[in-house]
Design a protein around this ligand. Structure first.
Ligand code: GRF
Length: 197
């Protein structure tokens, strides 16, 4: 019999830079050997997400579940759950996955579903976090890795990184500064969590 791994399934919608950071950390730090975990699949809801091509380049199995093919959120989530559960995941990692998930989906993965959000939660849940932080006059911004619960962007916090908001920052310059920290804390938090599973 082959070895049983803790399977990680990563969900993306866009450029997939956090997914790539996770994949590179898993490789570099030998997650298979050290925490018995591997990335089993990268799943996107968008055919045009450049992250899907990047995942293929990184040698990861990919799947596409286009939300537009489904009439309702419930039908989409059911198809997504089937695609995820085909890999018997120990952990489902949202990495720029831009769909609101149904309570049934969140309950199904309770305790094994995490997300990264580009703000210092509980401040600035939702979208346009960087512009909102600039408009509010924040002196610091950052990112948060958290467990996903039914309450959007409100689950228990696993890790945070803080960056300065600099004079003249635009949403884009601030986003880039935050993103580079996301690439550091997300793999670290996921690895620590895998160790406890
Ligand atoms: C990140 O800023 C993440 O915090 C947010 O969406 C962005 C995804 O970027 N949820 P990428 O697809 O990982 O490059």
């Amino acid at each position: 019999m082959g070895r049983e791994y803790k399977n990680i399934v990563i969900l993306i919608s866009g450029s997939g830079s956090n997914m790539a950071a996770l994949a590179r950390a898993a490789e570099r730090e030998d997650w298979a050997g050290t925490v018995g975990a591997r990335i089993a699949a990268v799943i996107s809801n968008r055919a045009d997400s450049t992250g899907l091509a990047l995942a293929r380049e990184l040698g990861l199995p990919t799947a596409l579940v286009p939300h537009k093919d489904y009439d309702s959120r419930e039908a989409f989530d059911a198809a997504l759950m089937a695609a995820i559960d085909a890999h018997s995941p120990a952990l489902v990692v949202l990495a720029g996955f831009m769909r609101i998930l149904t309570p049934g989906f969140v309950a199904h993965y309770a305790g094994r579903l995490v997300n990264i959000h580009p703000s210092l939660l509980p401040a600035f849940t939702g979208l346009n976090t960087h512009q909102r932080a600039i408009d509010a006059g924040c002196k610091v911004a950052g990112a948060t890795v958290h467990h996903v619960t039914a309450d959007l962007d409100h689950g228990p916090i696993l890790a945070q990184a803080v960056v300065p908001v600099l004079p003249g920052d635009t949403a884009d310059t601030l986003a880039a500064r935050v993103l580079s920290q996301e690439h550091r804390i997300y793999p670290q938090a996921v690895r620590e969590l895998l160790d406890t599973l």
